[in-house]
Each structure stands twice: as structure tokens, then as C-alpha cells.
Design a protein around this ligand. Structure first.
Ligand code: ADP
Ligand code: MG
Length: 407
């Protein structure tokens, strides 16, 4: 018999814990197989990492069908890169690691990159070696060294090996909208140098696909204009909310396989709380099954309610606190006030709404700026009724809980 925890993963969903997204997985697999790149702008926790990981997992299992030897998946998160140099280092380090995996040998990989590129000391460092340690020491000593290694060239070197070894490589560049912050305004007047560098190599690659991902949906959309050439090289993959039908059949499928009984209306009640948000649905279901296992494996509506309260207290509250703290320290108090407001009210007009201005004591201009930033970063969105809504249901209820004590 299977255990419910196998189906509701606390980290990246793959295999048994992955469901839905059949079309998106097909699209990703097709793109990788034809070495096209992928553009994925989606709110955080909607399953970007999970979808790419699952697609690579499936391709690895099916590699004999497709006729290649292996798939390498690299997850490169640009969100913590503050400077161009940090971004370069991170990307090049991953390219170096992929080279090492392709060749199954660190020294061979080091030789490959140092033979083909100018940044010798850089690659020696990236491989975690010091020049003194390296067997290539003597060979390297007299070579010209430039500290600026082009990502484009490094990609081409890696691609050659990948083709030779018959290996597919997918590089996830996560929080890609960050390239705009990393590079100063002046420097990106004639296009972003990081994107330009990547594209110059990528367009010649046969076995490497890059997934340009970002959770700041609006910022990614703004980036499209500036990165038109890059965008044109990509197939677009959107990850929508989970539909009610998919969530319902998931709950019943897991209940069946793990021998739980489901009362009528349970799937509806879960959907009511989680609204098809992939991460919140997963956390909620996991808690529902956990509580039901203490109730002779019967899932009731009151268990669904109780489980939601538990995840709000455990996860929603802390997420909401982290969000508030990040905004307070950045002196974004109008954003904080708006977050509380949106969590507590169904409202379709924000900045030009006298009662909002009055209650929050901010001008229309201040509210508009705050609202736009919250939308850009994906914390709020406009729902199908035209009302502003907090993107993550757990954070919403966390905010409501905090504000109940404050207001
Ligand atoms: N297709 C899916 N099936 C099951 N759970 C999923 C799926 N996609 C996302 N999740 C759940 O949502 C959480 C966040 O997913 P993740 O892939 O990390 O999102 P992102 O990379 O967009 O932030 C995962 O830990 C998992 O619990
Ligand atoms: Mg992710």
C-alpha cells in the first residue's frame, strides 16, 4: 500500500508527487528534444521547478526511445546575484559542472574549458581547484589569462561535448527578471549584456536548452520587449492554477491508493480554501490526510477545516510575517498597508477609492505605486470577479490572522 506523503511533496514535486500539467510537460519535453529554449513566467510556487524537473526525469526514463545517453538538469537561481560578476560566476560554475558530468571527469573538463577559453584561472577556481593543485599547472602557467569569460563561448564548448557524448542539457535560469536589476541602467541601454552573451552562444547550441523562468510575472512580461530576440528563440510554457476537476480527482486517486474514505463535499471544501494554488493545495492535502489517518482514515469536512487552520498557523503565518518584514525593512509601509487591506476586503478599485485612501491614510499616488509594485512582484493579482486578491491563499489567511491582532 502507498503512503499519502509520497503524493504530496514538501519540496519539488516529481514522480508520484507530481500530477496534472500533461500538456505543459509534453511542451517542455518537445522543446528539450528539439533544443529549443523555454520561457516561463509564473508566480512563485506554481510549479516551475517541479515541471522542469519532472520533464527531465521522464526524458531520462525514456532516453532509449529518444536515442540519447543522458539528461543533465541544472537549476540556476539568479535571485541572490547582486552584481554582474556574481551572475557570471554562478552561470559559468554550472556550465563547468555540466561539463564535468558530461565527461565524468573533473580534470578532463578543466582541460576542455581551459583549452578553449581564456579565463583559465577562473575555471580552475570554478572547479574548486587552486592552480597549484592542478595537474595542468605547468601547461597552464604560460597561457594568457583573461578574467572575462564569455558565457556564450562557454555554452558552445559545453554543447560540443554534449553532442559528442549524446547528452541533453537543460539549464533553468530562475528569477531571470533579475538580470535587469543586476546590470546598471547605463550598461543596458543597448540591450542587456548578460542576455546578449547567453543568446550569442545559445543560438549555435544543438543539445542545450535554457529555460528562462521568473516568478515576478509582470517584470518578466516587461522584459519581453527588451529581450525580443531571446524571447523569439523560446517556446512559452504557462502553468495555470490547478482546476477543480483535477484537484478533485487527485484527492480521490490518493484516497483510493492509500485506502482512505472521502466524505461527500471534501474536494469542494479543499478547493474552496486553496483555489487551485499548487503549493497550497499540496500542503493542505498533506495535512488533511495526516489528520484523517488519526480518524480511522476517514476524511471529513471538519478535518478539511481543521487541517487548513493548522497549515495557516504553521506555514501561512510565517510566510506572511517574512513578507511583511521584507517590506518593512525596505521602507515600503504603503505596500504593507495594502497587503492587509486586500487580504481583508473584496475590492475592485484601490488607489482611486476614497474609503481606501481614508482608511490607510495614503494618497492615491502612493497607493498606485505600492499596488503596481505588489502586482509586479506577484503578491497580488486581479481575480476573475475583477477584485484584487492575494496570490497565495495561505499568505492571505496569514495576513488576516496577523491583522486581526493589529487592527
Ligand atoms: N504538478 C505538481 N504536482 C504536485 N504538486 C505540485 C506541482 N507543481 C507544484 N507543486 C507543489 O507546489 C510546490 C511549489 O512548486 P515549485 O515547483 O517549487 O514552484 P516554483 O518553482 O514555481 O516556485 C511544490 O513543493 C509542490 O508541493
Ligand atoms: Mg522554483
Amino acid at each position: 500500500m502507498k503512503i499519502y506523503t509520497n503524493y504530496f511533496s514538501l519540496s519539488v514535486a516529481k514522480g508520484d508527487s507530481f500530477f496534472n500539467r500533461e500538456d505543459e510537460i509534453e511542451e517542455i519535453k518537445l522543446s528539450i528534444m528539439s533544443s529549443d529554449s523555454i520561457w516561463m513566467s509564473n508566480w512563485r510556487r506554481f510549479g516551475k521547478t517541479s515541471a522542469l524537473t519532472e520533464a527531465c526525469r521522464q526524458l531520462t526514463l525514456e532516453k532509449d526511445v529518444y536515442g540519447f545517453n543522458d539528461v543533465i538538469f541544472l537549476n540556476i537561481d539568479l535571485s541572490s546575484c547582486a552584481t554582474k560578476d556574481m551572475a557570471y560566476k554562478l552561470i559559468l560554475k554550472n556550465i563547468a559542472t555540466a561539463g564535468e558530468k558530461c565527461l565524468n571527469n573533473k580534470q578532463k573538463a578543466l582541460k576542455l574549458f581551459t583549452d578553449s577559453l581564456n579565463g583559465i584561472s577562473r575555471f580552475v577556481k570554478l572547479f574548486g581547484l587552486t592552480v597549484g593543485d592542478s595537474q595542468l599547472n605547468v601547461e597552464l602557467r604560460d597561457r594568457v589569462d583573461a578574467d572575462s569569460v564569455s558565457i556564450g563561448e562557454a555554452l558552445r564548448v559545453l554543447d560540443n561535448v554534449a553532442v559528442e557524448q549524446n547528452i541533453k542539457i537543460i539549464m533553468m535560469l530562475d528569477e531571470y527578471q533579475q538580470v535587469n536589476e543586476i546590470v546598471g541602467k547605463d550598461e543596458r541601454k543597448s540591450g542587456n549584456p548578460i542576455s546578449w552573451d547567453i543568446r550569442s552562444g545559445l543560438q549555435h547550441c544543438e543539445n542545450i536548452s535554457i529555460a528562462f523562468c521568473g516568478s515576478h510575472k509582470r517584470m518578466m512580461e516587461k522584459l519581453i520587449e527588451k529581450e525580443e530576440a531571446l524571447y523569439k528563440m523560446c517556446s512559452k510554457v504557462e502553468l495555470p492554477r490547478f482546476s477543480f476537476d483535477k484537484c478533485k480527482s487527485r484527492v480521490h486517486q490518493v484516497a483510493n491508493e492509500c485506502r482512505f474514505t472521502v466524505e461527500a463535499g471534501v474536494a469542494e471544501a479543499i478547493y474552496n480554501y486553496t483555489n487551485g494554488h499548487p503549493r497550497d493545495f499540496t500542503l493542505h492535502c498533506r495535512e488533511v490526510f495526516k489528520q484523517a489517518s488519526k480518524n480511522n482514515t476517514v476524511i471529513t469536512i471538519s478535518i478539511v477545516d481543521d487541517a487548513w487552520q493548522r497549515v495557516v498557523v504553521r506555514d501561512g503565518l510565517s510566510d506572511a510575517k517574512i513578507l511583511i518584514a521584507s517590506k518593512m525593512s525596505a521602507k515600503k509601509k504603503a505596500e504593507v498597508a495594502l497587503l492587509y487591506y486586500v487580504a481583508n476586503h473584496a475590492v475592485s478599485v484601490l488607489e482611486n477609492n476614497p474609503s481606501v485612501q481614508l482608511e490607510l491614510s495614503y494618497s492615491a499616488t502612493a497607493l498606485r505605486v505600492a499596488k503596481n509594485l505588489l502586482i509586479e512582484e506577484g503578491w497580488i493579482y486581479v481575480d476573475h470577479d475583477g477584485n484584487y486578491e492575494i496570490t497565495e491563499p495561505l499568505i492571505k489567511d496569514g495576513l488576516i490572522m496577523i491583522s486581526a491582532d493589529l487592527l
